[in-house]
Design a protein around this ligand. Structure first.
Ligand SMILES: Cc1cc2nc3c(=O)[nH]c(=O)nc-3n(C[C@H](O)[C@H](O)[C@H](O)COP(=O)(O)O)c2cc1C
Length: 433
């Protein structure tokens, strides 16, 4: 079986699956059970400095978006950082780390934005035996209004400044956790790098209102008739997280900075996708909250099988897809495909027809007896018919051979041409003159 041992910025773990800082990692009881289930590491639920106690709401903390089968697609939460005393958390961290020396244990931190507060907490955590710290610059609710969390993560200068303080007052590896609630995620990543961060992790949760109670006229979760925005996570945010990870992995300014990928990881496949886009490991929250700690076993066996079947080591996977992430103008505009409907699999539901007819292209004919056929002269290869078809593999895309006539244009398929060199691009035409 493939060797899944991971070394992320010098922090070793038996596999690259860590639990993200959140309720599943907020106490010794949980973390011990997580390790027993097989998790390679955990990021302890965010600790704050001593001071006024953190008080959570006593009403619902979560708003959930379900799929048609009631599967959890996304969770919105209005929870704060740990509301347990710092002393208790530190004692528990020490005890767990002593008993599980081979597992990664990272402490997530969020304290007010002044050097003394950071120095004080770093000194408090030093003798816990923890492997590193993660700076929570991401939580979008509750703490942000107090000048912490995403209020820091949205200002690159603050990120750089706090990261410098952390590196100055601690020898621990430092991961900066980024907020997605920002226009260009490369900017905070660059700031973290300038500040001396050993790695970045992303994404924290996305600002959101999941739904509105139409009797109370208030956002859900509703606390005594009112609601506030919360942080969204789970499978629904994975595409956003993947893009942000890829942006950091391929940007010249941030290329090479280790990345811990977070956001909607539920299966080994999700994890492999994050890694292919440059993440050195992954962190998981919603999936563990939804299905329990044992889901890590599927992740471990699935990733090992995948690596074995592709004769790859874990390191071969990390970043393997990054060179294939490009900007639109570099895509091959002479790559031509056409939809093909397998009549043996078609159940004549007509969804492909409705989608194509009412979207734009009118490239599917409904023949007598509800036989649906692609009109190649009209098909622009958008893939929508395949996407809406309820039968797997009933509609596929066929790639035209070089030289084969594209019935839509009447032209043969030519060799590679991207927009930069395309004859329809006025800039390219000018350059050629
Ligand atoms: C209820 C809840 C509490 C969370 N608390 C924290 C926290 O204290 N610190 C932190 O950095 N992230 C926190 N997060 C964010 C997660 O660590 C993670 O970044 C996010 O949920 C995306 O991962 P996922 O899609 O696997 O859930 C929390 C998430 C949830 C759902």
């Amino acid at each position: 079986m493939a060797d899944l041992r991971s070394n992320f910025i010098g922090i070793k773990s038996p596999n690259p699956f860590w639990l993200a800082s959140a309720p599943p990692t907020d106490k010794e009881y949980n973390v011990r059970r997580a390790y027993e289930a097989g998790w390679g590491g955990v990021v302890w639920k965010t600790l704050g400095s001593e001071g006024p106690p953190v008080v959570n709401v006593n009403g619902p903390r979560y708003g959930v978006i379900h799929g048609a089968d009631r599967r959890v697609l996304g969770i919105n939460n209005i929870e704060l950082i740990t509301d347990r005393p710092l002393e208790v958390n530190l004692r528990e961290i020490k005890s767990v780390k002593r008993d599980y020396p081979d597992r990664a244990l990272i402490i997530s931190l969020m304290v007010p934005c002044d050097e003394e507060s950071w120095k004080a907490i770093l000194h408090r955590i030093e003798d816990t035996g923890a492997d590193g710290v993660e700076l929570n610059f991401g939580c979008p609710h509750g703490m942000a209004e107090r000048g912490m969390g995403s209020a820091v993560g949205q200002v690159p200068e603050y990120i750089e400044m706090v990261t410098r303080w952390v590196k100055k007052h601690s020898r621990m590896p430092c991961i900066v956790k980024l907020t997605p609630n920002i226009t260009d995620v490369r900017k905070p990543a660059e700031a973290a790098k300038r500040g001396g961060a050993d790695a970045v992790s992303l994404i924290n949760t996305i600002n959101s209102i999941t739904s509105v109670d139409l009797d109370l006229f208030a956002p859900q979760p509703t606390i005594d008739g009112k609601g506030s925005h919360g942080g969204y996570c789970g499978p629904a945010v994975k595409p956003i997280a993947l893009n942000m990870v890829a942006e950091i992995a391929r940007s010249a300014e941030t290329r090479g900075i280790p990345i811990s990928g977070i956001g909607g990881v539920t299966t080994w496949r999700d994890a492999a996708e994050f890694m292919a886009l440059g993440a050195g490991n992954v962190q998981v929250c919603t999936a563990a909250m939804t299905y329990g700690f044992k889901i890590v076993q599927e992740m471990i066996s699935g990733l090992a099988d995948y690596l074995d079947s592709h004769q790859m080591q874990l390191d071969d996977l990390i970043g393997r897809a990054v060179p294939n992430v490009t900007d639109w103008q570099h895509l091959n505009l002479n790559y031509i495909t056409k939809a093909v409907i397998d009549q043996d699999l078609c159940i004549s539901c007509g969804r492909c027809y409705a989608a194509c007819e009412d979207t734009s292209h009118q490239a599917i004919a409904m023949n007598p007896g509800r036989v649906f056929e692609v009109i190649e002269e009209e098909c622009v290869a958008c893939n929508l018919c395949l996407d809406v078809c309820p039968v797997e593999n009933c509609i596929t895309m066929r790639e035209l051979e070089i030289g084969e006539i594209d019935k839509r244009t009447g032209e043969p398929r030519r060799e590679y041409a991207n927009w930069t060199s395309h004859p329809n691009n006025p800039m390219a035409a000018q350059a050629a003159e």
